[in-house]
Write a protein that binds this ligand. Structure first.
Ligand code: AMP
Length: 172
């Protein structure tokens, strides 16, 4: 994990003042690190009947599809507004300033399907909490949540009570 952490670049004041952006592009470009990340995101959820991996736009698409392939599961994208072409469900959640919306196709998950949620980073937890709620509205059963980085000081886990949250790098 230390090796992975060394490949994540801190970019101060991006995209706005006061935010330290975690740039994962060096990790993505490093073949052994990319493989190790996907393996580690998958490992606790192997053999648990996961049928669908849901990835959150856009960095969650990269890891989510790699995890889906490893689990022999399908992949479903949770997208920013206006990108999905047919009937969809949306969830909005508050950010520090303003609000954000994510969308999923209404037929993307069938009732009773076992779902693993994947993204690159847990900050306030608002995105992941809204994503989990959308899946459950469709009748999906959330097996767990798997993320590369957790910004622990933002207490994102508090928005995911009772869920199995697996993170590889914890930033205190
Ligand atoms: P949140 O809803 O606050 O947990 O934010 C999580 C989402 O925003 C994830 O999809 C992340 O990719 C992105 N994000 C939030 N904060 C950062 C950060 N400091 N560096 C990189 N991505 C971030």
């Amino acid at each position: 994990m230390q090796n992975l952490e060394a490949l994540i670049r801190d970019v101060p004041d991006f995209p706005k003042p006061g935010i330290i952006f975690k740039d994962i592009t060096p990790l993505l470009a490093d073949a052994p690190a990319l493989k190790a990340t996907a393996d580690a995101l998958t490992e606790p959820f192997a053999g648990r009947g996961v049928e669908i991996v849901v990835g959150i736009e856009s960095r969650g698409f990269i890891f989510g599809s790699m995890v889906a392939e490893r689990l022999g599961a399908g992949f479903v994208p949770l997208r920013k507004p206006g990108k999905l072409p047919v009937e969809k469900r949306s969830a909005s959640y508050e950010l520090e300033y303003g609000s954000e919306t994510i969308e999923i196709h209404a037929d993307a998950v069938r009732p009773g399907q076992k779902v693993l949620m994947v993204d690159d980073l847990l900050a306030t937890g608002g995105t992941m909490a809204a994503g989990c709620e959308l899946i459950e509205q469709l009748g999906g059963e959330i097996v767990g949540v798997s993320l590369l980085i957790e910004l622990c000081f933002l207490n994102g886990r508090d928005k995911l009570p009772g869920r199995e949250v697996h993170t590889l790098i914890e930033v205190e």
